[in-house]
Design a protein around this ligand. Sequence first.
Ligand code: GLU
Length: 460
Amino acid sequence: MKALEEVKATQAERAQDYVKSLYEQVVERNPNEVEFQQAVKEVLDSLIPVLVKNPTYIKQAVVERIIEPERLISFRVPWVDDEGNVKVNRGFRVQFNSAIGPYKGGLRFHPSVNASIIKFLGFEQIFKNSLTGQPIGAGKGGSDFDPKGKSDMEIMRFCQSFMTELSKHIGPDTDVPAGDIGVGAREIGYLFGQYKKLKGAYEAGVLTGKGLGYGGSLGRKEATGYGTVYFVEEMLKDKGLSFKDSTVVVSGSGNVSIYAMEKAMELGAKVIACSDSSGYVFDPNGIDLDLVKRLKEEENKRIYEYVKERPKARFEVGCAGIWSIPCDIALPCATQNEIDQEAAETLISNGIKAIGEGANMPSSQEAIDTFLENKVLFAPAKAANAGGVAVSALEMAQNSSRVAWTKEEVNEKLQSIMKDIYRKTTEASEEYGESENLVLGANIAGFVKVADAMIEQGVI
Ligand code: GLU
């Protein structure tokens, strides 16, 4: 008996050392890419118990293979602004993993975009896409182009130039981009138009998040936000809680945030704050979602305009302060690392019960550790925000079979996918001994499917 325990301890030590050396290698090979290093570290730490149980993964170097993108494309994007000046941005596409399907993942247009951001997003996409149960591999792309303040024609010219290069690398069976921060239906339209012109063929499934008139799916726009709330509702239900009568703070006011607020309200929650990169609005009577939709979806305005029409609401400059508002449930739906340890501690001292990550990697590692140590229910991004890409996969399925499903059909499928992700995540957490740690469960459940597919396909 003692001998067995010793063997187990040695195996655990070996797995820990292995993971540590892999992480050191990642830091050395990807210097200065802090977001990518952060995303890899979180997954590597989760995988230790899996590696102890299945040493084949070590023997087959699956983790080493998974952390190295299959391909990283970087390209020049020259375009002409309205004054006739030539501008140059940098474009990226990371094709991270194609073990279970064509590369799939959004495009982000934001000045902060660089190789590290694209690689962290592409890496997370491997596990997220796997969790959806849909046949999609992982990719991500974007540019450091800043869409803020640009005219419609400038956006169009930029998208056309971006696609002129990107079109060489994508296709409905190879790589299927979609939107992310700064890329919505308008940009997808311009990108699709240029792709179609270059290919001389109507390949509807090359992009998702398309307009409803040319191959888009009903329910795609709402999918990420709704999906996050469906996932959190499952997690709450397990503890005898629910969104009903709870107070909710949702950061952001883009696509994910707006539809997370909508679904939370539908389930009986009171949403009292949202934000954009200029600051946040706190509306103690409950956010007027129609107003947010008009300002953001129609008028392209900043969130501070909200208080002009809602005198009882307050606007505060800066984003971090939103986490000082006492609430039962927080849904970070803006961007990476928006909740640091200090914000996590403030949320906890104000009595937070649950966190649902709608954005990608919105909590820093220290914040996650703080939530878990304090037994806050925590729905990690890879699982909780997978609804968007899941419905993208449904859009691909509709495009392939040249049909269009009703909104109800899509929503029903989304709901069952989110329930399934919750089940897989909790089962993996339980199997590996930490039933309350859904970060561990999501990473493990996402990993195993991809790792097994890679092994079955040989040394690829
Ligand atoms: N950008 C979204 C994500 O982070 C959606 C990607 C997609 O639909 O392909 O998952």
